[in-house]
Design a protein around this ligand. Structure first.
Ligand code: DAH
Length: 352
């Protein structure tokens, strides 16, 4: 312990020890030295405090000596710290070489895209290659866009095909008619055509809602809507596009089959089947022996729909189709219960 009394003498000892020990210290010891010598409760501070006992005339010289000692100790510490770093670096360079071509360590639990997102991204990419851009619309939608402009006026029986969640607007809110959770992505057709003149080539993936809940239906699911409007668009363009769409998604060996059907917003309308993914067309229980499963609805845009958005059906024509993304993902990965997609059980998601 350093005590007041003979500060100059003590300072000499202290410096001498520092000069001897610091240049030999290892990294940990160096820090201990710094604390012991220069720290707030260290030896130099103690000496400074002790100087209060000196005659006033001696204090300035003693203070200067302590400051000089501090500078020297700091320089010793810095020099030693740098020397340690240099030695470590030299040891590293001189040691066994690092093989930079060795593969890194894998991170065990990595996330991955959800199978439905994966299917959606694949579909958008297939369509993008054919010149379609993505258009989006709101999930809380006006009755007008979801039904009326799509040729389904208020009492149209086709509204029953889609059990609807209606939304009660906040008290006092003024809305342009009833509000609902969109039952399909088709309203994006209307919004897009109202916003720009033809030609139009868009696809619109997103969430839709229906009052349904069983192994193959969920109250929320995903659809993608495709719309193409231009001069002289024919049913042949629709068939060719469907073919490319289905083969792009399932594989080149898959075929489409069109059956006449009815949707209010198209004329003629069709239901589209694809080679059964379970039996690859041979016929099985899933496809009831037909070799095909239904995947989507399609048709030529109804002239009333074109008129509703201010397009002239004498000038332009178009086709549209819409399908459930979850259903396509189920078929592609051979899953028979849609709810698996939404339970988020990692054991399932990691396999799907
Ligand atoms: N919106 C229809 C549905 O959800 C699917 C559909 C059928 C979309 C025919 C279309 C179409 O664009 O032309 O059931």
């Amino acid at each position: 312990m350093v005590t007041a009394g003979q500060p100059q003498l003590l300072l000499g000892d202290l410096l001498e020890r520092a000069r001897r020990e610091i240049p030999a210290a290892g990294a940990d010891e160096l820090e201990a030295q710094r604390v012991r010598l220069l720290g707030r409760k260290g030896e130099l501070s103690a000496l400074l405090r002790g100087m209060g006992a000196l005659p006033a005339g001696e204090r300035p010289a003693a203070g200067a000596a302590v400051n000089a000692a501090r500078d020297e100790i700091e320089a010793l510490l810095t020099a030693r710290r740098e020397a340690i770093l240099r030695e470590a670096r030299a040891a590293e360079l001189g040691g066994a070489p690092i093989d930079v071509t060795l593969p890194g360590r894998r991170i065990a639990a990595r996330g991955r895209r959800h199978p439905v997102s994966e299917a959606q991204d694949d579909l958008v990419e297939i369509l993008a290659r054919m010149g379609y851009e993505v258009a989006e619309g709101p999930e809380i939608e006006l009755d007008y866009y979801n039904f009326e402009a799509l040729n389904m006026p208020p009492d149209h029986p086709a509204r029953d095909m889609q059990d609807t969640f209606y939304v009660r607007p906040p008290a006092g809110a003024r809305t342009a008619g009833p509000i609902l959770l969109r039952t399909h992505t088709s309203p994006v057709q209307i919004r897009t055509m109202l916003a720009r003149p033809p030609p139009v080539r868009i696809c619109s993936p997103g969430k839709v809602y229906r009052r349904d809940d069983d192994p193959t239906h969920s109250p929320m699911f995903h659809q993608i809507e495709v719309l193409c409007v231009d001069r002289d668009i024919t049913f042949g363009h629709l068939a060719g596009t469907l073919d490319a769409f289905v083969r792009g998604f399932f594989g080149e060996d898959f075929r489409v089959r069109l059956r006449p059907s009815y949707f209010p917003f198209v004329e003629p309308g069709a239901e589209v089947d694809v080679t059964c993914t379970f039996c690859l067309g041979k016929g099985c229980r899933t496809c009831k022996g037909s070799g095909f499963v239904e995947v989507l609805g399609a048709g030529l845009v109804h002239p009333r729909v074109l008129r509703a958005v201010g397009y002239d059906p004498e000038e332009v024509s178009g086709f549209a189709f819409g399908c459930g993304i979850d259903r396509l993902a189920m078929l592609r990965s051979g899953i028979d219960d849609l709810r698996l997609f939404f339970e988020n059980d990692l054991r399932f998601l990691e396999q799907a």
